[in-house]
Design a protein around this ligand. Structure first.
Ligand code: GLY
Ligand code: MN
Ligand code: MN
Length: 485
């Protein structure tokens, strides 16, 4: 009796079982341990088709290989992060790892090993759980608790990359000689194994390369961004349909409604949804979303669905909660719309990246001078940046797997570059009159407007990927009226 209650697993000393779920510490009799080892069907899958982006990920690895000949390159997916005790935060693989492999499993690591004519890629993954040592049902990471994983042979077929057991990687890296670069910040265990072998400066060059490689999207990526925008548009429609429920509760109803669409059609939201009603619209990253939703106010909704392959939209609409803009809301909205039109028109191949920002800022500065909020001429306002009291942020950024994509790209490759077909960027001017801004007429105070769309640079200009959603004020009103029935 006493023996049965002793919290020990079979041969614990030899075969450590790291962790148990739910605080339950099962007493395991020898008979049960033996029983659990067998009687399970072989579920190995064969003849699996490669993932749809296998050709693209191979081309991306080839470009990476060409940039760093003769060096070992280590790109981790990252590890689970504990939320409390034995629960973890939702996992999202590192962008670099998912970009190069198409895989999204935690603890995975891509290694490019230098060989005579380039590199040999290997993906290191957690294999299927062992049935012999009880890991599959006694370990908190066992498949019985967290779900079946692909076997290494299955992963090879799916990803088109030879796969090995990641639990052997740390020792192999410690042993390895020769130059190494690693993507940092995702996997402390891997970084520890590489101590003394990598340097921050060399690793930064790898990070920069992988950021700049994503500036121009391939066909797979463009299709994913289209999907993200289409789902996002449906999410915005969902929100409009339940605005009365949000009025009865809070901005959280809007956040939850959009999140449902993101989870059902995609992986997640690509960033915390900004569901900003009334004066909250003037707080640029309002993600608390716990405020009241009142008829007569505006709702600034900035949200994006991230697809299952981790590409996100980034879209903003500023909607009249009761379906009609007031005169002053419309005046401010239409000014932002005009600025966005000017910004979008400046997105084309060969244009300077900064052009769309300058075009939108000029329109906003003109409006601010016209309304008497700042003394002209417009050139002086722009030169001194005086419009920025109310425009606050840049007019856009690259978009892709990260909402602020390619963030490690060098200035000369990003903001000082010219646009090329396949680049995708947001155009998102705004005007924000803080509730306590005594320099503007009282009727402006607490009004914030942003309009944001996802614009793909094409051979002959651009294509608005988020144009399923109306932008002009009268079209927004007609769209809302139709959705509300
Ligand atoms: N949603 C963040 C941004 O618009 O940049
Ligand atoms: Mn944005
Ligand atoms: Mn946004």
């Amino acid at each position: 009796m006493a023996e049965e209650l002793t919290p020990e697993t079979p041969d614990e000393a030899e075969e450590p079982i790291k962790q148990r779920k739910n605080g339950l510490y099962p007493g395991v009799s020898d008979e049960l341990a033996e029983n659990m080892k067998s009687g399970w069907a072989d579920t190995e899958l064969t003849g699996l088709a490669p993932i749809p982006q296998a050709a693209e990920t191979a081309a991306r690895r080839a470009a990476l290989s060409a940039r760093f000949p003769g060096e070992r390159l280590v790109v981790p997916a990252g590890n689970l992060k504990t939320r409390s005790n034995d629960t973890e935060y939702a996992f999202r693989a590192s962008t670099e790892y998912a970009y190069l492999t198409g895989d999204q499993t935690h603890d995975g690591v891509l290694v490019l090993e230098p060989v005579a004519d380039g590199h040999e890629a290997t993906i290191y993954l957690l294999p299927r759980s062992d049935r012999e040592n009880g890991e599959f049902w006694l370990d908190g990471m066992g498949e019985l608790w967290v779900g079946r994983r692909h076997s290494l042979a299955e992963a090879e077929q799916l990803l088109g990359i030879p796969a090995k057991d990641v639990r052997e990687l740390t020792a192999a890296l410690k042993e390895a000689t020769g130059p190494v670069r690693a993507v940092r910040g995702h996997d402390a265990g891997i970084e520890a194994a590489l101590t003394d072998k990598v340097t921050a400066e060399r690793d930064e060059e790898l990070r920069v390369f992988l950021s700049e490689a994503r500036l121009v999207k391939d066909a797979f990526e463009i299709a994913e961004l289209e999907k993200a925008c289409a789902s996002t548009a449906r999410g915005f429609e969902d929100v409009v349909k339940v605005l009365d429920k949000a009025e009865a509760t809070s901005e959280r109803y809007i956040e939850g409604t959009f999140f449902l669409r993101a989870r059902v059609e995609g992986n997640d939201v690509g960033y915390g949804s900004i569901c900003a009603a009334g004066p909250h619209a003037c707080t640029l990253h309002w993600v608390r979303n716990d405020g009241a939703v009142r008829p007569g106010d505006l709702l600034l909704l900035d949200a994006g669905v991230e697809t299952t392959e981790l590409y996100t939209a980034d879209v903003t609409r500023t909607l009249p909660i009761n379906g009609r803009y007031t005169d002053v809301q419309r005046k401010i909205y239409d000014a932002v719309y005009e600025a966005q039109e000017a910004g979008i028109a400046a997105v084309k191949p060969g244009a300077a990246y900064r052009d769309f920002h300058d075009a939108a800022q000029r329109v906003l500065a003109e409006k601010l001078v016209e309304w008497g909020l700042v003394e002209g001429p417009v050139e002086r306002v722009l030169e001194l940046g005086l419009q920025r009291r109310w425009t606050l942020h840049g007019t856009g950024h690259m978009l892709g797997m990260d909402v602020h994509d390619c963030a490690a790209a060098r200035t000369e490759a990003y903001v000082d570059t010219t646009l090329e077909p396949g680049m995708c960027l947001t155009v998102e001017p705004g005007l924000y009159f803080q509730a306590d801004d005594l320099t503007v007429p009282e009727e402006y105070r607490g009004i914030g407007v942003r309009i944001e769309d996802d614009i793909l640079v094409t051979e002959d200009g651009n294509r608005n990927l988020s144009d399923q959603l109306p932008r002009r004020s009268d079209e927004v009103e007609a769209w809302m009226a139709a959705l509300k029935g």
